[in-house]
Design a protein around this ligand. Structure first.
Ligand SMILES: *Cc1c(COP(=O)(O)O)cnc(C)c1O
Length: 399
């Protein structure tokens, strides 16, 4: 298997050796030629795996030869390296970001009545997780400048709330400090959903270090992506961490002894942990590269019918390049005609999702609903090359 993987990984072109070269324009990649017919995807994961293939091959070999595939040394090392990265005491590896949310809601919600309050524009993950944890979900509207919740929007809605989930959407570190202060004053706990914001920081503090706990997804497209599903929870509260360790593995308090109810199997496997360890050191550089790409788009968009959401600086992991337009279909068609793929994150707010919209027929979130009609996502990933960025900018200037 190792030789097989090595062959696949090696067959993709020359080795890119230095860390600094990793996110350079990947002209060596066969899809990245400078011709008019080139098509530009929203994301191209093969490029990042290509530029990491030596370390990935080594990681696969290490895991395969170790004979440990679940909860082994790679998992232990990743948990401690990721806790250090975020600047918290504990990290618990889990199978994906939605499980991370569900388990954290279960543990923090223990002994508390009340709803989960969150934004309705973040793809429905928190809603899915909270409902699975047996919680009703209530929604706050979002700020039109960064599309996240803030303390002022949350403040009037805290009655009957047990947990507030702050999603750092598109990579932007929401004004979480004030939300935490307000919520703690009112006896409400805070979870940060950092699935899109790994590496975002403000005043030296990382996304995930502000709330009572924080959840991460390492789905392959995220800024720290595995080669499959993976996720993690971080917290500085040992009791919370220990309960999470139990719930992620059948509720066991010791082997084969189910000490707490509500457990499940949601573990981070050794291959994914090894991949994540390989890629963690590159998060900051990748985020910087993403910010640069969005800044190019924003400059090109000046005076056009497209407004890029601002990329503020280090507090933005720039996971997605999102613009606002009142004529999304036409804008998408213009990109498509130039061979450029676009997407919408996200077209359906949570309170309008067909599965539970009727529970929310009297809920109106004006900014959330307006933004669901206006947002459009443009290509943005660290290996996008200069010619491709310029081609996207050329189309932006015509809008
Ligand atoms: C991707 C994502 C999740 C869910 O992560 P999975 O690993 O796909 O379950 C949760 N929240 C946000 C904001 C996400 O972008």
């Amino acid at each position: 298997m190792v030789a097989f993987l090595a062959t696949i990984l090696k067959s993709r072109g020359p080795v890119i050796a230095s860390a600094h070269d990793r996110f350079q324009p990947s002209d060596a990649h066969p899809d990245a030629q400078m011709d008019d017919a080139m098509s530009i995807p929203v994301n191209d994961l093969s490029r990042s795996f290509n530029s990491h293939r030596d370390e990935l091959t080594a990681a696969f070999e290490r895991v395969t030869l170790s004979g440990r595939f679940v909860l082994g040394p790679e998992h232990d090392a990743f948990q401690s390296e990721f806790a250090d990265f975020v600047g918290v005491n504990r990290c618990i590896g889990v199978a994906n970001g939605t499980d991370a949310l569900e388990l954290t809601i279960r543990v923090l919600g223990e002994g508390r009545v009340g709803t989960v309050l969150t934004a309705a524009n973040a793809g429905g993950y928190t809603t899915t997780a909270a409902r699975r944890a047996g919680r009703a979900v209530s929604y706050a509207d979002i700020d039109p400048t960064h599309l996240c919740i803030d303390a002022k929007l949350v403040e009037p809605l805290l009655d009957g709330v047990a947990i507030c989930v702050v999603t750092h959407l598109y990579g932007y570190l929401a004004p979480v400090e004030q939300i935490v202060e307000l919520c703690h004053d009112r006896g409400v706990l805070v979870i940060e959903d950092c699935a899109q914001s790994v590496g975002a920081q403000r005043n030296g503090r990382q996304a995930g270090s502000f709330g009572d706990a924080a959840t991460f997804s390492f789905y392959p497209t995220k800024n720290l992506g595995a080669l499959g599903d993976a996720g993690a929870i971080v917290t500085s509260n040992d009791e919370v961490a220990n309960n999470l360790l139990r719930l992620r593995q059948y509720g066991w308090t010791s082997k084969y002894s189910i000490g707490i109810d509500g457990g499940r199997n949601s573990r981070l496997d050794e291959f994914q942990a090894a991949v994540l360890r390989t890629r963690l050191p590159d998060v900051a550089l990748g985020n910087m590269r993403r910010r640069e790409i969005i800044e190019h788009y924003a400059a090109a968009a000046e005076g056009t019918g497209l407004t890029m959401l601002p990329v503020t600086g280090e507090d933005h992991a720039s996971h997605l390049a999102v613009g606002l337009t009142t004529s999304r279909d036409e804008v998408a068609a213009a990109f498509s005609a130039a061979g450029i793929t676009t997407d919408v994150h996200y077209p359906i707010p949570d309170h309008k999702q067909p599965a539970f919209a009727k529970e929310y027929s009297d809920v109106h979130l004006l900014v959330t609903e307006e933004m669901a009609r206006k947002v459009i996502t443009l290509p943005c990933f660290p290996e996008l090359n200069a010619a491709e960025i310029e081609k996207v900018c050329d189309v932006i200037r015509t809008l």
